[in-house]
Design a protein around this ligand. Structure first.
Ligand code: COA
Length: 375
């Protein structure tokens, strides 16, 4: 059948935005109240005072200036420090499916396709709002797609692992075209009371349509020349939330039921792992680094991306070579590299080569070598 292409992409970011300054103001007020409430224990040495956060630190350490969020209410209330949103009735589309559908419609339009051209939907994200019925099947229903749909969870590599699965299914003849959608509601598992992580995440959904390259008609279609996946077990990014929590009621609502990470360890271990992973992938395909026009890297932290790009290129990468979307969106987990691709690939010319790479919890990493189609 020949290669498979990403023939269209879409991006939905919720309209509400929270800046670092707003986030830090709420966090620092929470800290002030916490320390005041525990003043005696802190003075007696039985408790530690919480330290304040800073906008300056956040931008310098991560590159993030603001983030889009689905439910700002409650996030900036020092007494709540959690998104607040009324549960929708079962006969209404769920929030995660709605975000997915919005991005998917854009991807279909960009690929000049309709739901009738698609046989499969994969919803793939770091976290899902419920286990079943699967969000993907709700999306399939909302779009009016015949065929099949299923959910996948692969941390920050959820998008690339889904693209790999979809490519293989199209090559095997299981489907003509598949929508891979990443509705990431990261504020579900963001701990706004944790100074080390409260600034990391934003919410967004991306979507990519995959179909045989030979029939791709989108104006910004990219042939997948090669793909690699990797996983290495690590506890350094972890979330213990799950249905089994109720077996141990004492554990419910504890901080480990939200994202926890050893950020410095993640940084030290993931940067060399990913730089080698991409280098080996390029070498295995006989592609010299000089030919790579762009790297759409996972968007977790600007310093990680600068280092990875420098290790690969042997010099600093320009903003054009390794675009950064962190300032506006924060870490949108698996959606991040697709957001970078969606916003920063249309300017390239037919025949140009790029590498899209995700990495994160698991650890997991996925790399795609892409070549722009067209004349
Ligand atoms: N505000 C102000 N200061 C802060 C702070 C905050 N919110 N959080 C930490 N600090 C302080 C620390 O207390 C420490 O102070 P000290 O030097 O006096 O001890 C200093 O800043 C450095 O802290 P550290 O945790 O070592 O920062 P860092 O430079 O490693 O940056 C991360 C922290 C999380 C941004 C960084 O480790 C990182 O990006 N890691 C990768 C995480 C990641 O991308 N995960 C992927 C999820 S998919």
């Amino acid at each position: 059948m020949g290669n498979i292409a990403i023939s269209g992409t879409g991006l939905y970011a919720p309209p509400a935005v929270i800046t670092n300054a707003e986030l830090v103001e709420a966090y620092n007020e929470f800290v002030r109240r916490y320390n005041a409430a525990h003043a005696d224990e802190i003075a007696g040495g039985t408790m530690q005072a919480l330290l304040k956060s800073s906008d300056d630190f956040i931008f310098k350490a991560s590159g993030i200036r603001r983030r889009h969020v689905v439910a700002p209410d409650g996030m900036l209330d020092p007494e709540i420090m959690c998104p607040r949103l009324k549960e929708r009735p079962n006969d209404q589309i769920s929030l995660q499916a709605e975000m997915a559908v919005t991005a998917a419609k854009q991807a279909l339009e960009a690929a000049h396709r309709t739901p009738g051209d698609v046989d499969g939907v994969i919803v793939s994200a770091s976290i899902l709002q419920r286990p079943y019925p699967q969000i993907a099947i709700e999306v399939q229903n909302a779009l009016g797609i015949e065929g099949f749909a299923f959910d996948m969870l692969t941390g920050c590599s959820s998008a690339t692992f889904a693209l790999n699965a979809a490519r293989d299914m199209i090559l095997q003849g299981t489907a003509r075209a598949i929508l891979c959608i990443n509705p990431e509601i990261n504020t579900m598992h963001l701990n706004l009371r944790d100074r080390e992580t409260h600034f990391i995440f934003g919410d967004a959904s991306t979507a990519s349509l995959l179909e045989p390259a030979a029939q791709a008609e989108g104006d910004n279609a990219w042939e997948i020349q090669s793909m690699r996946l990797k996983s290495v077990y690590s506890n350094n990014i972890r979330n213990n939330f799950g249905s089994m929590n109720r077996f141990d009621p004492e554990s419910v609502g504890k901080p480990d039921k939200l994202i926890t990470q050893k950020g410095r360890k993640v940084f030290q271990e993931v940067v060399p792992m990913v730089a080698e992973f991409i280098q080996e992938h390029l070498q295995s395909q006989g592609i010299p680094k000089a030919v790579v026009k762009r790297m759409w890297l996972h968007q977790a932290n600007i310093k990680m991306n600068e280092l990875i790009a420098r290790k690969i290129l042997g010099r600093e990468a320009t903003e054009e070579e390794a675009p950064n979307i962190l300032q506006e969106y924060g870490n949108t987990s698996s959606a991040g590299s697709i957001v970078a691709f969606h916003l920063h690939s249309k300017d390239l010319a037919a025949g140009d080569l790029g590498v899209l790479c995700s990495f994160g919890a698991g650890y997991s990493a996925g790399s795609l070598i892409l070549r722009k189609l067209g004349t």
